[in-house]
Design a protein around this ligand. Structure first.
Ligand code: SAH
Ligand code: SF4
Ligand code: F3S
Length: 444
């Protein structure tokens, strides 16, 4: 393949979830192997790569807005290449639109490894290329990738999703569920620890359906157990847990290993059984509540967080009240809240009784008001406790302060010397707000 002279620069624009953050590390590795160097701005880049998200309409809009901006840069620098990948590229309507948008390369989530060949082809043929695999292929291991130096790293344990929640585009953009082999995952974690990473997050759309596929049954709890034995790593997180697949064995495993963070991100999505059924979530509010009780009794102090959607088609005021009720009952430590967004091609897009934007906005603000006040109450109640924190850097809002996270994924801000970055410290919490805790390092 054509080698560059080392002066060509690339810039990746990453949108969406941790899966995309991880994929961008692979994209970086692939283009650096071609001889491109990273630049932090788009203005001086010779290659701009979009890694996009389709989960909501607003996510797509943001990307198209940015694409308009980047195309103007191309007027000044016609040699610049624009590559467009990620979840949006998997969707036929977007592919049609991209054909008219002056994008040089379109590639999908299943053929990231082909990007260097596509770049070479565009340069050679001086014509645009669009290559998107409709279906997932075999998992490709050992693709070069460049991780940002740091303390925390993402490790994929599986790809795709088989759940087909009726609102969700992910099964269409990421294909069917495939699990990586335990040896590949464990070797990767071990290496990351040896390179200085302290905390890893295991990634999957539904980690509790991890299945190694080997002759001997080997599930997510088995994988967690083995990961926790790796000496070079201090903390292990995982996301996302689907409530229908959380097992007693998993809860026991989290409870039994100090290195496994006591935090379970377990999206409830809605509080009404009728809505949950139409969302195809596969559990009831009662099941969800009993799970939270089990988790909290087996893992004292566990943080439980959620995703919640308001304004699903046909959601009545009474259905919405049931979401509020569940939020009050369960008392989430934190929650991501969203207005339902119609995704063409999903089942819910054809459901009758779509709510107006105004109604959705109102419900979202009522939900946020309640959730924020609960999170603030919980955080305030932590005043006086001592928490173990991985010091991750200086605070974004105050460079004279340090920031880090607790086992339960709460952000803590405190004073201390920068030399502490990368180590674990004990912090006595002095106060809490909706999104963070403040404290002082314990000296004795
Ligand atoms: N696999 C994860 C979530 C992936 S998408 C899980 O099942 O929990 C992240 C979140 O986006 C979802 O949990 C859901 O709350 C939200 N989401 C997905 N599709 C959406 C849509 N069409 N409109 C609004 N929110 C959506
Ligand atoms: Fe989407 Fe449901 Fe799969 Fe999560 S489990 S990615 S919400 S279809
Ligand atoms: Fe992630 Fe968005 Fe795709 S949430 S899986 S990048 S649609």
């Amino acid at each position: 393949m054509q080698q560059l002279d080392g002066t060509q620069k690339y810039n990746i624009l990453t949108y969406g979830c941790q899966m995309n953050v991880r994929d961008s590390e692979t994209i970086a590795g692939l283009v650096e192997a071609m001889g491109y160097c990273e630049t932090s701005t788009t203005e001086d880049a010779d290659l701009i790569i979009f890694n996009t998200c389709s989960v909501r309409h607003s996510a797509e809009n943001r990307v198209f807005g940015k694409l308009g901006e980047i195309r103007r840069l191309k007027l000044k620098n016609p040699e610049m290449l624009i590559a467009f990948g990620g979840c949006m590229a998997q969707i036929p309507d977007n592919q049609k639109r991209l054909k008219k948008q002056g994008v040089d390369i379109v590639f999908g989530t299943h053929n990231i490894h082909e990007l260097p060949a596509l770049i070479a082809k565009v340069k050679e043929q001086k014509a645009r290329v669009m290559q998107v695999w409709e279906k997932e292929g075999q998992i490709v291991e050992n693709i070069p990738n460049i991780r940002k130096p740091g303390l925390t790293a993402f490790v994929n344990i599986m790809y795709g999703c088989n759940n087909f929640c009726s609102y969700c585009i992910v099964p269409y953009t990421r294909g069917r569920e495939r699990s990586r082999q335990p040896e590949d995952i464990l070797t990767e974690i071990k290496r990351l620890g040896e390179q200085g990473y302290k905390e890893i997050t295991l990634l999957g759309q539904n980690v509790n359906s991890y299945n190694s596929g080997g002759e001997k049954a080997y599930d997510f709890a088995d994988l967690l157990c083995e990961a926790a034995e790796i000496e070079s790593i201090q903390r292990i997180r995982f996301t996302t847990s689907h409530p229908k697949d959380i097992s007693d064995k998993l809860i026991k495993t989290v409870a039994g290993h100090k290195k496994i963070c006591k935090h379970i991100h377990m999206p409830l999505q809605a509080g009404s059984n009728e809505i949950l059924r139409r969302m195809n979530r596969g559990y009831t509010r009662e099941h969800y509540q009993s799970l939270t009780e089990k988790i909290r009794s087996a893992i004292p102090g566990a943080a439980i967080t959620s995703d919640l959607i308001v304004g699903f088609p046909g959601e009545t005021e009474q259905n919405f009240q049931q979401t509020l009720e569940m939020v009050e009952k369960v008392r989430f430590d934190a929650a991501f809240t969203f207005m339902y967004s119609v995704r063409k091609g999903t089942r819910a897009a054809d459901f009758k009784d779509q709510l107006s934007l105004e109604e959705k906005k109102q419900r979202l603000s009522r939900l946020n008001e309640l959730q924020y006040s609960i999170a603030a109450d919980i955080n305030r109640s932590l005043a006086g406790t001592v928490q173990e924190i991985l010091v991750e850097g200086t605070s974004k809002t105050n460079p004279h302060r340090l920031t880090g996270r607790t086992d339960g994924n709460r952000i803590v801000i405190f004073s201390g010397p920068k030399e502490l970055i990368g180590s674990f410290v004990h912090v006595r919490i002095t106060r809490g707000t909706t999104f963070s805790l403040f404290g002082e390092i314990e000296t004795n």
